[in-house]
Each structure stands twice: as structure tokens, then as C-alpha cells.
Ligand binder design. Sequence first.
Ligand SMILES: NC(=O)c1ccc[n+]([C@@H]2O[C@H](COP(=O)([O-])OP(=O)(O)OC[C@H]3O[C@@H](n4cnc5c(N)ncnc54)[C@H](OP(=O)(O)O)[C@@H]3O)[C@@H](O)[C@H]2O)c1
Length: 291
Amino acid sequence: MATTDLGGTFTMAEGVTVTRMGYGAMQLAGPGVFGPPKDRDEAIAVLREVVELGITHIDTSDFYGPFVTNELIREALSPYPEDLVIVTKVGARRDDAGNWHHARTPDEIRSAVHDNLDHLGLDVLDIVNLRFGGFAQAEPESLEEQFVALAELQQLGLIRHLGVSTVNAEQIAEAQSIAPVVCVQNFYNLAHRTDDELIASLHAQGIGYVPYFPLGGFTPLQSEALHEVAARIGEPSMTVAIAWLLQRSPNILLIPGTSTRIHLRENVAGATLTLSEDDVTLLDSITPAGD
Ligand SMILES: NC(=O)c1ccc[n+]([C@@H]2O[C@H](COP(=O)([O-])OP(=O)(O)OC[C@H]3O[C@@H](n4cnc5c(N)ncnc54)[C@H](OP(=O)(O)O)[C@@H]3O)[C@@H](O)[C@H]2O)c1
């Protein structure tokens, strides 16, 4: 399949270069990120098209399903292309009703890493993010115990690189005092820009910033300015939202989630769209929600 532009590449660490346009697998699980996909064949087709398009960054976790997205990724893509970087995360678990719970004891962290290896069918995980914080924002508490547990697994050779998710600047610094951090995954999009300063600081350090809910997540982005720009240039709103993120800072790496190939193609098209200065000014004027 023809691919021209995936927003360029970003090197997270030596030997770990990814296309800035990636893919988030969470939407492949069933409703509420729980249970099997609503359309299993389409889920497999989405994953295969991700790779055919040349995307080399897939974000996942065992708590999507649980286990559903990792098993789909394995079925669709294993044996994995050499340049594919699969990023997973630990720190939560699901119960039988689909509720989310913390799973942050060192034992839980260790067993989550082993479970991710099993479900993805890998001997080594490329990158593991420690998922901290609350639903979508950091909570001020030490992550030392958990990050030390991950750093030990890294030293044992089970993980290549480490990242953190739903954290503030102090927690990133705390993690960096234990082991190198190659990416930070936090809630950020056109209408939720709490991390503007953090993105600049991570850029200066050469660290990737991976926004989750880039299209609004469970509440799709709705904004007059976004619709106005999209109508003016004749592209879907979500394509414009992706283009804005890619233009926002070179260390932003995208993992928009979708369960359909149609939306995947719309999202990837955002990487070929250059927004004018006027468009960016209008989009920048969107009042952040709840910031
Ligand atoms: N670290 C964390 O705590 C955390 C939290 C949440 C998510 N994540 C990761 O971040 C990734 C992205 O977040 P997300 O999937 O929650 O949210 P998102 O990418 O902001 O939005 C996904 C939603 O947008 C819809 N969508 C996608 N493309 C679209 C398009 N072109 N037009 C219209 N609707 C479109 C999807 O529905 P369709 O399926 O119908 O396309 C889905 O409902 C996840 O997949 C996951 O890997 C991480």
C-alpha cells in the first residue's frame, strides 16, 4: 500500500525510531474497552493495514479487554516486522465486570510484564509505560517503588525501554532518577492543553510525548473552530485535529485509536495535511476544556 508521509520519524532511544503517526489499539476491544471486538475480522484488518501503511508504533495494554487487544495484535501481526515498536503499559487491572483498578504493587507490576510478554508472544517488550495517576490526570504521589520494579525487569532483559503515563513533571524527574524515560503518555488534545509547558520541556530533553485521547477519547472533539477549519479546507475534523497535533511540536507522537479502516485512513491523512498559520491561530484559540 502506498505511504508517503507519516509525519516523519522520531527516535525515542538508540535503535528505537518510530513513525510520528502511530496507532492506539484500545478501541479494538469491545464496548467500554471490555470483552471481544464488535467486529473481529475488521479489528484484524485494521491492525494489518496499520503495518501495511508503514506505521511502526502501536500502543496497547493487557488491560484493554482485558488481554483482547494484545491477543489480536499477536494474531494479526506475529511474527512482527523488525521495525515495529509495540508499547504496552502496566499499573491497572480489570475485574469481571470491567471495572478498572490499580495494580501497582511490585508483584503486580512484575506479573503484568510477564503477562504482556505471553499475550504478545514476545521475549522482550520494546517499551513499557508505568500507568500512574487517576482516570486522566496525574495525582501527586511517589512512583519510586513501581518504577524501580520496572527498572529491575529492564535490567533482567525483559524490557528494552521505559516510559511513564498520566504523570506530572516531578514524577517524570523522579522516574528519571531511577532509569531513563523515553516517552511520556498523557491526556492532551486541541481542547485539553494542560501539558503545553511539559511538552516543551520534554522536547528539549529529546523525550517523546504521546497524547492519549488525541481525538477526544470517549468524548469526541467538538469545536466550532475545528469544524470551521475542516470545512474551509475540505477535510474531516479528526484529520485536522491530527494535523494540528503533528504541527504542535516535533516530539509529539500520535496513537489515535479506531476500530475501523475508514477512520484509520482519515487519521493517517492528517500526516499529509499542512495547516496554514491562520488555521493554526484559529485552532489555538479553542478554549481548553477544564484546564
Ligand atoms: N495511558 C493511558 O492512560 C491511556 C488512556 C487512554 C488511551 N490510551 C491510548 O491512547 C490511544 C488513543 O486514545 P483513544 O483511542 O482512547 O481516543 P482517541 O484516539 O482520542 O479517540 C478514539 C475515538 O474516536 C473515534 N475515531 C477515531 N478516528 C476517527 C475519525 N477519523 N473520525 C471519527 N471518529 C474517529 C473512535 O471510534 P471508531 O472506533 O469508530 O473509529 C473512538 O471512539 C488508545 O487507543 C490507547 O492506546 C492510553
